[in-house]
Design a protein around this ligand. Structure first.
Ligand code: GLP
Length: 246
C-alpha cells in the first residue's frame, strides 16, 4: 500500500521525511535504517543532524545499510557514497561507525563484493525502514531499467542517462563511474517500511509512471506498488501529475 504526503517544497519534504525517520529512532533506538544517497535526501539528513544536536535523537544504537556505491571509487573520493554518508550524516551524529555499512566499491571482484554485502544485510536481521530516492528513469538504488527485477546485490552497468545525470558532480567526463554495486530489488522490498523522497518538476513524469503505471522492471520503482507499507513524501512539483488522484 502506498501513502502519499504532498509537501509545499523541498524543506517541507525534508522535514516531514526526517520526522518519519526520527520517530522510528525514538520508538526503536536499535532500529536498522536502509539509507540512500543522491541530492534528494540531503535535506532530511540535515534535519536528522539537527534532531541529534538538540537532544531529540540518539543514534548510538542505530545500525544502517546503504543502498549502493560506485564501483572503483575509494572511500576518500568525495564522490563516493561512503564519503557522502560520512559527510552528511555519520560524522555529525553519535552513530557507531562500526554499525554503518556501504557497499565497498574498492572490491574489484564484483561477485565477491556482492556476496559480502548480501551477507552483511542478512546479518542485520531485517531493515526497519528503507529510505529511497528515485532516478529519472525510475531506478532505485542503482537498479536500472532491466528485463528482470534482480533480487540480491548486483554489479550494474549504469544507464547512459544516469551517467549523464551524475556527470555534474565530477570534474572530467572520464571520471564519471560507469558501474556500481547496488542492493537488489528483493532486498529493498524486504524492508518493513519504505520511505521514498521526491522533489522537483523533473521527477513528475516518473512519479506518475512508477506509482500509477504498470509494474515492470523497465521502471524499477514500480515494484513498490506491491509493498505493504510505502510512504512517498514529495513536493507539489513532483506530485503535479498525480495530484488529482491523491
Ligand atoms: C543516484 C542514486 C539513487 C538516487 C538517484 C536520484 O542514482 N544511486 O539512490 O535515488 O541518484 O538522485 P537525486 O536524488 O539526486 O535526484
Amino acid at each position: 500500500m502506498i501513502r502519499f504526503i504532498c509537501t509545499k517544497d523541498y524543506d517541507d519534504m525534508s522535514r516531514k521525511a526526517a520526522n518519519i525517520i526520527g520517530s522510528l529512532i525514538v520508538s526503536k533506538p536499535n532500529c536498522v535504517l536502509g539509507l540512500a544517497t543522491g541530492s534528494t535526501p540531503i535535506g532530511a539528513y540535515a534535519r536528522l543532524v539537527e534532531g541529534y544536536e538538540n537532544g531529540d535523537l540518539d543514534f548510538s544504537a542505530v545500525k544502517s545499510v546503504n543502498l549502493d556505491e560506485y564501483r572503483g571509487l575509494t572511500h576518500d573520493n568525495d564522490q563516493s557514497y561512503y564519503y557522502f554518508m560520512n559527510h552528511h550524516l555519520f560524522s555529525k551524529v553519535n552513530i557507531d561507525k562500526n554499525n554503518t555499512y556501504v557497499p565497498d566499491g574498492t572490491i574489484a571482484d564484483a561477485e565477491e563484493a556482492c556476496k559480502q554485502y548480501d551477507e552483511i544485510v542478512a546479518s542485520m536481521g531485517g531493515v526497519d525502514l528503507q529510505l529511497l530516492g528515485m532516478g529519472h528513469n525510475g531506478h532505485i538504488g542503482f537498479n536500472e531499467p532491466n528485463d528482470v527485477f534482480v533480487k540480491g546485490t548486483n554489479c550494474v552497468n549504469l544507464a547512459q542517462s544516469t551517467i549523464d545525470a551524475n556527470a555534474r558532480f565530477f570534474e572530467k567526463k572520464e571520471d564519471v563511474p560507469t558501474q556500481a554495486y547496488t542492493m537488489g530489488i528483493q532486498t529493498i522490498m524486504n524492508a518493513k517500511k519504505i520511505l521514498v523522497v521526491v522533489n522537483g518538476e523533473g521527477k513528475a513524469d516518473i512519479v506518475e509512471k512508477a506509482f500509477f503505471g504498470d509494474v515492470t522492471p523497465q521502471v524499477p520503482a514500480s515494484i513498490l506498488q506491491f509493498h505493504p507499507d510505502v510512504i512517498v513524501v514529495g513536493d507539489e512539483a513532483a506530485f503535479s501529475k498525480i495530484k488529482n488522484r491523491l
